[in-house]
Design a protein around this ligand. Structure first.
Ligand code: 3PG
Length: 366
């Protein structure tokens, strides 16, 4: 049984030091946060705890491609515009500890990138207990990293009373596919990493009424169907015919792109006819689940994903989407409000859909 923070009373929180694991792993451009969706979604938990008199210790990681150990300073700069908070480089230094001790009720400190400590990714028990010793309670509001067996996700809750934050609990509620999920149910899966997503295709083939597979993911299946994909990106499994793969390509629920957009020898996107073919399914669906772009978004092949976002935006179905590039296209188009739920998770969303839980969620049940 997981307890969410809004089940607690103000007396449970007032004056308590609460270690809040958030996911502020957001993109940074020119020293500034370029997409604040994850930060925005963490605010209700931060404000709830703050307004109930807790002393907040915010911990997060951040990763960028170009810097070995990036800083959360740009996140601090942005958050400072919304709430008053301080920043500590090292929560274990004398200065850091003093800062924590001097916190008044309702005050907030953001710690520097938790992955600066080796113990975090290694899930070192000693590191977890040292981190836990800084606080009285632990809250996980970092859905997007809750598939990682890291100290601040699974280690710390072993030492402290632990709770789910409002975002984490919202993600669990919306991504939990059950018998009461409405039908027709359309599942759209794009992006790459065929090996990772194959179990998801297998699982949802039973549950969904229709499944469109796009992105590089589709290339393996197109190849199996005899389409010459030339130099297109395929997985290491490509060409290996298994019973499961044969069953997938021949299943009438499966739709693959046919109006292929090529760049030289490579398939890069789904074309307008594919989006049109999806139209009746999108308009007739009661529930749409979508993860991953239809084209190579990073290389600028955004058309298919954008057209799909617009079309889903017009449907009256419950629509649940997630994944970084998918989110980027929805934001770019100002369609955020058209979707029922936008997950903050990428890998975490996929893993949650597959398993119905995450290691970080299980850690709150114990
Ligand atoms: C994400 O962006 O998917 C999460 O923040 C997890 O980040 P990671 O893949 O670096 O663990």
């Amino acid at each position: 049984m997981i307890t969410t923070i809004n089940q607690l009373k103000a007396d449970d929180l007032r004056g308590k030091k609460v270690l809040v694991r958030v996911d502020f792993n957001v993109p940074i451009k020119d020293g500034k946060v370029s997409d604040d969706y994850r930060i925005e979604r963490a605010l209700p938990t931060i404000k709830f705890l703050r307004d109930n008199g807790a002393k907040l210790l915010l911990i997060s990681h951040i990763e960028t491609k170009d810097v070995e150990m990036p800083t959360l300073r740009p996140v601090f700069d942005l958050l400072s515009q919304q709430l008053s908070l301080s920043f500590t480089e090292d929560c274990f230094s004398d200065e850091g500890r003093q800062g924590i001790e001097m916190l008044e009720d309702g005050e907030v400190i953001l710690f520097e990138n938790i992955r600066r400590y080796e113990g975090e990714k290694a899930n070192d028990p000693e590191f977890a207990s040292k981190l836990a010793a800084l606080a009285d309670m632990y809250v996980n509001d970092a859905f997007a990293v809750s598939h990682r067996e890291h100290a601040s996700i699974v280690g710390v809750p072993q030492h402290l009373p632990h709770y789910a934050g409002l975002l984490l609990s919202d993600e669990i509620k919306h991504l939990g596919i059950s018998d009461s999920t409405p039908h027709p149910f359309l599942f759209i899966l794009g992006g790459a990493k065929f090996e990772t997503k194959l179990p998801l295709i297998e699982k949802f083939l039973d549950r969904a009424d229709k499944m469109f597979i796009g992105g590089a993911l589709a290339n393996d299946l197109l190849k199996l169907k005899g389409v010459d994909v030339k130099e297109s990106l395929v997985s290491s499994m490509s060409g290996i015919v298994t019973t499961s793969l044969s069953a997938i390509v021949s299943n009438p629920k499966i739709m693959l792109p046919e109006d292929l957009v090529w760049d030289g020898d490579k398939i890069m996107d789904a074309g307008p006819k594919d989006i049109e073919a999806l139209r009746p399914h999108i308009m007739g669906a009661k529930y749409i689940l979508w993860n991953g772009p239809l084209g190579d978004y990073e290389k600028g092949f955004k058309e298919g994903t954008i057209a799909l976002s617009k079309l889903i935006g017009q449907s009256s179905a419950d629509s649940v989407v997630g994944g970084g590039d998918t989110l980027a296209s929805i934001k770019e188009l100002g369609l955020m409000d058209e979707f029922t739920f936008i997950s903050t998770g990428g890998g975490a969303m996929l893993e949650f859909l597959l398993k119905g839980t995450l290691i970080g969620v299980e850690a709150l049940e114990k």
